[in-house]
Design a protein around this ligand. Structure first.
Ligand code: SAM
Length: 234
């Protein structure tokens, strides 16, 4: 998969050289490039923002650098490959595991990180001539910029690309994969500071362990995230 990230703070993404995604980049499974939006400015101050039409507080990201960056990273190619262009936004659809699974199937993702009060609205229209545009929110709160949201999305998407996580089975039994939260996990020692591992996990009875884990998933989900349960399981 190819991923291009546009940001005025590219060094936010240095962490993506680490761990599983770093290895995926080294091995060529993930072709990830981070670009400085200011490289597409042409004035001495490398300006990316201006005052809002209609007045109001804060600054808005100017369309010109975005347009030029899209020309290079997502050129219009009639009949050719169309990237998926994601703009993180608190006003977008909420990012979920299902969103990550969907985006993990794409060949080319472009992420555009907003700052200030956001990006001139016409950029989204322009981007939609190049590919599918998705405005995606990390959650119902406001961040200073899109970088943290894109880091989270790239990590959630990246780990679903075949070959990134060594044992694909570990991707199946995760919170949100089957609509429930994951069961609790334990490792050695069997007793730690007087706290015992649930005896069922030491029993070797795989059927009983699976049933216990399922019950734990339901109980946790009921207690912590009842909104995830279908109405008849509330
Ligand atoms: N004025 C915008 C609004 O009220 O919808 C918020 C702008 S916010 C200060 C600046 C940038 O941070 C946004 O353009 C977006 O890229 C990013 N951002 C902020 N909160 C976010 C969230 N919950 N999810 C994803 N991106 C977010």
């Amino acid at each position: 998969m190819r991923i291009d990230v546009l940001s005025i703070f590219p060094s936010y993404f240095d962490g993506l050289t680490l761990s599983l995604l770093g290895r995926a980049r080294d091995s060529g499974i993930l072709d990830l490039s981070v670009h400085d939006l200011r490289d597409w400015t042409h004035d001495r101050h490398r300006t990316v923002d201006d005052t809002p039409y209609g007045g109001g507080a804060g600054m808005v990201m100017k369309p010109e650098p975005w347009g030029l960056a899209l020309d290079d990273l997502a050129p219009a190619s009639p009949g050719g490959a169309r990237p998926t262009i994601v703009f993180p936004s608190p006003a977008g659809e909420v990012f979920r595991q299902s969103t990550a699974r969907d985006l993990a199937t794409r060949e080319h993702l472009v992420f555009g990180c907003g700052r200030y009060e956001g990006i001139d609205e016409r950029v989204f229209e322009e981007a939609s001539t190049r590919g599918e545009v998705r405005l995606i929110s990390l959650g119902d709160y406001v961040l200073n910029g899109g970088e943290v949201a894109v880091m989270a999305m790239v990590e959630a998407i990246g780990r679903l690309i075949p070959g990134v996580v060594g044992n694909p089975e570990s991707l199946v039994e995760e919170s949100h994969e089957d609509g429930l939260l994951e069961y609790p996990s334990y490792t050695k020692p069997a007793v730690w500071r007087g706290r015992e591992v649930p005896p069922i996990l030491l029993s070797g009875n795989h059927g009983a362990i699976a049933a216990w884990r399922r019950e734990q998933q339901l109980e946790r989900t009921r207690r912590r995230r009842p909104d995830l349960l279908p109405d008849d399981e509330d």
